[in-house]
Design a protein around this ligand. Structure first.
Ligand code: KE4
Length: 429
């Protein structure tokens, strides 16, 4: 499909001011080719581009929009907050309300700090871990993405993987050397690393369900083993739930997997589409953060009242019942896609966890980023464009996850499946 004219024109002019024409690399269609469509507006589960084309949206701003686009409750909360001003640089009760709500849902966040992006949350959590342990090393997993702070751009997922970047220039070798990596789900590799480097590892940081190398769930024994290995080596365990938070289970990864980390990062859903993220966990660790302790971290717009209002409206509406309903529709979508691929004889595997899902054009289960890279990414590229041409918007990379919202009804899921069935037929040729 040739990208519609206004999108193409806006992207042409955007490339004259923004690197690659975008303000975040994954939006540039590097993983699928072609020119990005430019968003005009969103409503419920539907996205409309500047040429008036309509899409059933499964990207949902890369996860935040668990209630769908422009949910009335969020717009009302924003409108109400805006009437009193947009930012104060002072404490507000809105921060307290959202903080208490998050802790009520995730009691393992005994203390937490709001920041404005997932990157800030993960870099701050690692700083706390390094301060608490007096160690400099970290262990991350290939294909996992924890934002663009220097220490994480080593074998990272998401846009780094999509663009095939060998890590990132500009990260000092001395710093990159402190980041150790292992394949996801490879406990033998983790045990070897901990045996060699364990005394120098401040933290093991992991996506409890990977969403940045495509969708990769943990083997049942993986997260419990990381907990044990962290305890045995004196390292801290950090669950990066920026993407999985309020998606894989109402209470987060500890509820789904029975493993409690020392620190957790959140983002996306807790802002309801506005810039909010957070890091938190054990009180004895978080009390080290300034001004309570010496570990410095700050942010002009941290706890911004508009963002707090949108986050509170979103999280408070996301009850266990609603979460279960969204999960059921996610399961129906995955089942439907699996049936379509089987009927068309296409090697395919799709999984979900709560309202987060993903698929690979590969029959065998994907347990690591190396597995994901053996999937048929060329067929993914064709499928992506055929689906977009038929009004389904998927993440423009085989190394990303899909999402579902409260606004996706049964009829929307059925329509999306019809459209993707035809798209797969066309993509296969
Ligand atoms: P941000 O700094 O982009 O708010 O969050 C970084 C981050 C941290 N941890 C996890 C598990 C994440 O998924 C992310 C960001 N996710 C990507 C999508 N794969 C954001 C999209 C983008 O980079 O534009």
């Amino acid at each position: 499909m040739s990208t519609p004219s206004r999108s193409a024109d806006i992207m042409r002019r955007s490339r004259e001011i923004f690197p690659g024409g975008v303000n975040s690399p994954v939006r540039a269609f590097g993983g699928v080719g072609g020119t990005p469509v430019v968003a005009e507006r969103g409503e419920g589960c539907r996205l409309y581009d500047v040429d008036g084309r309509e899409y059933i949206d499964f990207v949902l701003s890369w996860g935040p929009l668990v209630l769908g686009h422009a949910p009335p409750a969020v717009l009302e909360a924003l409108d109400d907050a805006m009437q009193r001003g947009t930012s104060f640089g002072m404490p507000t009760e809105l921060e307290l309300r959202l903080g208490l709500l998050i802790r009520e849902r995730m009691p393992h966040l005994e203390r937490l700090r709001f920041v404005s992006s997932g990157t800030e949350a993960t870099m701050s959590a690692v700083r706390v871990a390094r301060a608490a342990t007096g160690r400099d090393g970290i262990l991350k997993f290939e294909g996992c993405y924890h934002g663009h702070a220097d220490s994480f751009l080593v074998k990272a997922g998401s846009g780094v993987a999509t663009l095939g970047l060998p890590n990132s220039p500009g990260v000092p070798a001395a710093l990159a050397e402190l980041t150790h990596t292992a394949p996801y789900n490879d406990l033998a590799a983790v045990e070897r690393l901990i045996a060699d480097e364990g005394r120098r590892i401040a933290a093991i940081i992991v996506e409890p369900v990977v969403g940045n190398a495509g969708f990769i769930p943990p083997d049942p024994e993986f997260l419990p083993a990381l907990r044990r290995l962290a305890d045995a080596s004196g390292a801290l365990l950090i669950f990066d739930e920026v993407m999985t938070g309020f998606r894989i289970a109402p209470g987060g990864a500890p509820e789904r997997f029975g493993v409690t980390p020392d620190l957790t990062t959140l983002g996306k859903v807790i802002g309801g589409g506005l810039p909010v993220a957070a890091y938190g966990g054990r009180a004895d660790l978080m009390e080290r953060v300034a001004p309570a302790g010496p570990v410095y971290q700050a942010g002009t717009l941290s706890g911004n009242p508009l963002a707090m209002a949108a986050g509170y409206a979103t999280v408070s509406l996301l009850t266990r019942e609603l979460h279960a309903r969204i999960e059921a529709r996610t399961a129906a979508l995955v089942r439907g896609l699996t049936e379509i691929a089987a009927r068309r004889g296409v090697p395919f595997s799709a999984r979900h966890a709560g309202s987060m899902w993903g698929f690979f054009f590969r029959a065998e289960p994907v347990r690591s980023f190396a597995d994901a890279k053996t999937s048929d990414t060329e067929l993914f590229r064709r499928f992506f464009h055929e689906a977009m041409a038929r009004g389904v918007y998927l993440a423009p990379s085989p190394f990303e996850a899909g999402f579902m919202s409260a606004a996706h009804g049964d009829a929307d899921v059925a329509q999306a499946l019809e459209r993707m069935d035809a798209a797969l037929g066309a993509a296969r040729g």
